[in-house]
Ligand binder design. Structure first.
Ligand SMILES: [Zn+2]
Length: 355
């Protein structure tokens, strides 16, 4: 037998034990963006092997925490528990040894579960004044699963204000996706839009939603967002297709321009077309994008982000503007490239009509 589990008393007169098992060494679900899909698969297999090894070794058992709670209180606050008792599951038969109802729980952050249970029991003194972004997210995960979000929302105002005072992430990362999740849950349009934009522009693979319970945009799972006095209907599942459409528009537009220059359909004369073609090809070669524009319809664009292509294209403009003295009155490639960029970026607009 292992050590006795920790007991957290939420209600001293409680009649139910929630028995949580969790691993403190749980792996992050975030995958390094600069690696290939093959690397990801290899890492997942390695991680699986580690977990299998751990379960083979008794000292690597998960930690167990028990929470003493009131079943009546939880049934009032949570439709999940109410349903459990109405349907007479095994958990609703008192344990023969201690007379308590025993309910198993897994994988939750133990602090988040304690906070949520304290909220459900209105134990104000035990509810923290400050919360990290990660714990805030973990709290919503618990609330989402046990259907206690209404109760949680009575207490989020202060934490939400703290969040607004913190600097937002500036790169697409695990952290930015946690922020995006909070942006959705707290109906903070500005946070959601900024973090969604980072994800769509910088993701080199399909966007990593980290298995967070985002509304996916399927029927009945959309949510409304109030922002800039617009009521926007969002399904985050669509962010991925917006990313792909924008990348495709950028690659296809550049591909067409390349062809038009080859055929002399762009530029004011042959010499002008040839010169612009030279700049375009040289820059695409330098930025390793030449082969990608040929494959402009190959979704989901693994290993390629919108911003990398965008910077590559702007590099062309820089080359022509500063590399040589442009003949008076002759064309500038930026006038041909900017409309392509603009058209591509239009796919990022979180517009009511695109959902
Ligand atoms: Zn010209």
């Amino acid at each position: 037998m292992g050590e006795n589990p920790n007991l957290v008393t939420i209600d001293p007169n409680g009649d139910m034990l929630i028995k949580l098992k969790y691993r403190s060494t749980a792996q992050s679900k975030w995958k390094n963006e600069s690696e290939s899909v093959e690397d990801w698969i290899a890492q997942a297999e390695a991680a699986k092997a580690v977990i299998e090894n751990e379960t083979a070794r008794p000292e690597q058992k998960p930690t167990e925490v028990h929470y003493l709670v009131s079943s009546r209180q939880l049934r009032i606050v949570s439709p999940y528990f109410e349903k459990m008792f109405k349907r007479n599951y095994d958990e609703t038969v008192p344990n023969s040894e201690d007379g308590l109802y025993h309910v198993r729980a897994q994988q939750w952050n133990p602090h988040a579960l304690a906070i949520m249970l304290n909220i459900a029991h209105l134990q104000f003194a035990a509810i923290p004044k400050e919360l990290s972004v990660r714990l805030f997210v973990a709290l919503f995960l618990v609330a989402d699963y046990y259907q206690m979000e209404d109760a949680l929302r009575l207490f989020t105002k202060e934490w939400q204000e703290q969040l607004q005072e913190q600097p937002m992430p500036t790169l697409y990362s695990e952290e930015s996706m946690l922020w995006m999740f909070l942006g959705v849950k707290l109906k903070e349009g500005e946070i959601f839009e900024s973090m969604a934009s980072l994800a769509m522009r910088e993701a080199c693979h399909p966007i990593q939603f980290l298995d967070l319970p985002f509304p996916r945009g399927e029927k009945g799972e959309r949510f409304f967002l109030m922002h800039k006095s617009l009521l926007t209907l969002i399904g985050v599942g669509q962010l991925d297709s917006m990313r792909c459409k924008a990348i495709q528009a950028l690659l296809a537009g550049t591909h067409k321009l390349n062809q038009d220059l080859y055929e002399g359909n762009a530029g004011c004369n042959d010499a002008c077309s040839a010169m612009m073609l030279g700049f375009l090809q040289r820059s695409l070669w330098d930025t390793k994008l030449l082969s990608h524009i040929e494959k402009h319809d190959q979704h989901p664009f693994e290993g390629l982000s919108f911003d990398v292509i965008y910077r590559g294209i702007n590099n062309v403009v820089y080359d022509q503007s500063y590399g040589i003295i442009i003949q008076a009155g002759c064309c500038q490639i930026r006038d041909l490239l900017y409309p392509i960029c603009e058209k591509a970026e239009a796919h990022f607009e979180l517009d009511f009509s695109t959902f």
